[in-house]
Design a protein around this ligand. Structure first.
Ligand code: GLC
Length: 647
């Protein structure tokens, strides 16, 4: 059962698509309705809290504070209050089981029992919010009801589930081609390459640097014949440069955010001073979406939206602040930049002006919506779109990646924690920078990280300018990397099918153990094992130097060991076991009475993969496989066929 409780004067966020009735008296929480609106609730001693999407720390959010205030901060410490997205939904699981979605684009502070006295406090800043409360039989049931009211996930094409190679610093078409050729020569599967800001003319959106990429249309075409897609980055700010048609039109039509005086607000991002498109207005979104025609005319069908929190280096009012010292471990607190967000204004559809501060958290998500709606008009097939900033609702238009993480074991573990939490908030198509963005990834870390990314929908190796080159072939024994990435391609008949089924029935694709084994107290608290679709459980190695790990099996399962050549399946009893996992192998589990269809051979790219030519692993008897051509927009569960395992 879902009810809505309205407080103050909410601003439209477009998160909820269903018509949810107003519920009368407030349930579960008590409310102090002075601003900020403060909701409190008591927890039972054993209650866990799930949700909050892209926040730091573990899957159980209890015991800490979090903040929803989208922010660009590359130092992902546990203490970091907010990341790039705001996902204000959580589930209390225990004495009482209920979900709460605080739907507001303004700042929200969550104190999830940080004092340890059993109190949750949620403070929502003005002007108001809709609180959706969901009662259900268990935490998973509550999440499914929530996913039911926010609309279905974005559906990427099949190729977007392939392996992607990216790096900030690829300077030219030749360099990217060399990276691709190296993968092909070594037999490391690859489906796409990202083009970071250097493909642009002076970092200006909707341009191509003609010296570095002299024949882009031909280049895109050539790469496609090799089964490779190119994915350009698009930043939120439009460079202030008269003569640039996008800038000129934006100025002429009044499409940019303004300052206090009503002039266009100026902020420094990669191209220098820019204006921010006012994505809160439908007319501006439509205009921005149309600009992607520049890319689709070049034959591109994958896009990467960035700097849309929005990220600001300096403004007309504030000089550039020095980046914090990573060694000191001092995260940039959003507090230091609040003035920036109070300095610029949006115009809502009804003509009212609001500061970005009041509607801050929907800005990036509405950029995704603008581009997604534009691309839907421009392309008759599915495309890849992922964004850094997000708000719930943006999951209908694109995926997300979790921003500028680092090459550390801690961030690998965080990637594991993020996946189920993001799924609970609708963001099924997500992933982290595999190998880590900042810092230098060693061989062991990258191999272990790839073994996790094999199971995340977005599987992209991305790293920052100035860090150690992170392409797999730069490391000793590239065949080990090939072995791990090949598993992704062998598993795609299953992963693609499970993703599409989950998206189409508005369900989760990656789940915490707690959701799969209701009533099992050990499973309920495990954070480093996950369920991927309905048949697979993973237990990745997340520790440096570890030869393997301890795995908990709530039920008897099939243990599958992949060594780059073949799958070796053995029965595994319920209980705890120690496993050894060499760096070039991956171990995963198939649940009792379940099946996993795997491709009979691996492939250089998804273009070569036949998803219907499969063998079935596991002890089940039937599997419902979703199949399509990988591009069609006409997706429905009716495309599922039943596979039977020969006795
Ligand atoms: C931001 C992005 C990162 C990108 C860089 C340069 O830091 O998060 O992925 O490589 O900008 O465009």
């Amino acid at each position: 059962m879902i009810t809505r409780y309205t407080c103050g004067t909410p601003v439209e966020t477009y998160a909820v698509t269903a018509d949810v009735p107003e519920g009368g008296a407030l349930q579960h929480f008590s409310l102090d309705s002075r601003e900020p609106f403060t909701f409190s609730c008591r927890l039972g001693a054993d209650d866990l809290i799930f949700g909050l999407g892209e926040t730091m720390r573990g899957i159980n959010k209890r015991g800490f504070r979090y903040l929803s205030f989208n922010y660009d901060d590359p130092y992902h410490k546990d203490e970091m209050p907010s990341m790039y997205g705001s996902h204000n939904f959580f589930v209390v699981d225990g004495d009482r089981t209920f979900g709460a979605f605080f739907d507001t684009p303004a700042r929200v502070a969550f104190d999830m029992d940080s004092a340890g006295d059993g109190t949750i406090t949620v403070s929502c800043e003005a002007p108001g919010l809709c609180l959706y409360l969901i009662d259900g039989t268990d935490a998973y049931n509550v999440v499914k009801q929530f996913l039911g009211i926010i609309g279905p996930s974005f559906l990427p094409p099949l190729w977007a589930f392939g392996y992607g190679q990216s790096r900030w610093g690829y300077k030219s078409d030749k360099e990217i081609r060399r990276v691709a050729d190296k993968h092909r020569a070594l037999g490391i599967p690859l489906d796409y390459l990202c083009m970071d800001i250097d493909y642009m003319d002076r970092y200006i959106d909707f341009t191509v640097n003609g010296h570095r990429f002299p024949a882009m249309t031909q280049y895109v075409e050539d790469m496609k014949t090799k089964g490779l897609h190119l994915v350009p980055i698009v930043d939120a700010g439009i460079k202030i440069e008269p003569g640039n048609p996008v800038y000129d039109e934006g100025i002429q039509k009044g499409y940019f955010c303004t300052n206090r005086e009503g002039e266009n607000f100026q902020a420094e991002v990669w191209p220098g001073m820019t204006h921010f498109p006012d994505f809160l207005r439908a007319e501006v979104r439509e205009w921005f979406g149309e600009q992607y025609k520049f890319y689709t005319d070049l034959g591109l069908d994958g896009f990467w939206n960035d700097m849309n929190e929005p990220a600001i280096f300096s403004t007309e009012y504030r000089a550039k602040t020095a980046k914090p010292d990573a060694e000191r471990g001092d995260p940039v607190q959003p507090e230091r930049h609040i003035a920036d967000f109070k300095d610029f204004f949006h115009r809502l559809e009804d003509g009212t002006r609001v500061s970005n501060y009041e509607v801050h958290n929907i800005y990036g998500g509405l950029m995704t919506r603008a581009s997604g709606e534009g691309l839907d008009r421009l392309l008759d097939r599915r495309y890849l779109l992922f964004s850094r900033s997000s708000y719930i609702g943006a999951h209908r238009y694109g995926g997300i990646w979790t921003g500028d993480n680092a090459s550390t074991w801690h961030m690998l573990r965080q990637n594991v924690y993020h996946m189920p939490s993001l799924n609970m908030c609708g963001f099924l198509f997500s992933g982290a920078d595999t190998g880590g963005f900042g810092g230098n990834a060693g061989r062991e870390l990258l191999l272990r990280w790839l073994a996790v990314s094999v199971f995340t929908p977005l599987m992209r190796n991305h790293s920052a300018l100035g860090t150690r080159r992170q392409e797999c072939y730069r490391y000793q024994n590239p065949e080990d990397f090939k072995a791990v990435i090949s598993l992704r391609y062998r598993l795609l008949p299953y992963l693609y099918s499970e993703f599409m089924k989950a998206a189409l029935r508005q369900d989760m694709f990656i789940l915490p153990m707690a959701f799969g084994f209701l009533g099992d107290e050990t499973a309920r608290r495990i954070e480093d094992q996950l369920l991927v679709g309905e048949s697979i459980m993973i237990a990745p190695v997340l520790e440096k130097g570890a030869l393997g790990r301890k795995v908990y099996l709530p039920e008897p399962m099939t243990e599958v060991r992949w060594d780059g050549e073949e799958f070796r399946c053995t029965g595994a009893d319920a209980g705890t076991r120690e496993i050894t996992v060499p760096l070039n192998e991956v171990v995963f589990y198939i649940r009792k009475d379940c099946l996993v269809p795997v491709a009979k051979t691996t492939a250089a790219s998804t273009a070569e993969l036949d998803l219907s030519d499969v063998e079935l692993l596991g002890t089940g008897t039937t599997y419902r496989q979703y199949l399509d051509d990988g591009y069609t927009k006409d997706c429905s569960l009716e495309r599922c066929t039943v596979l039977q395992k020969e006795p």
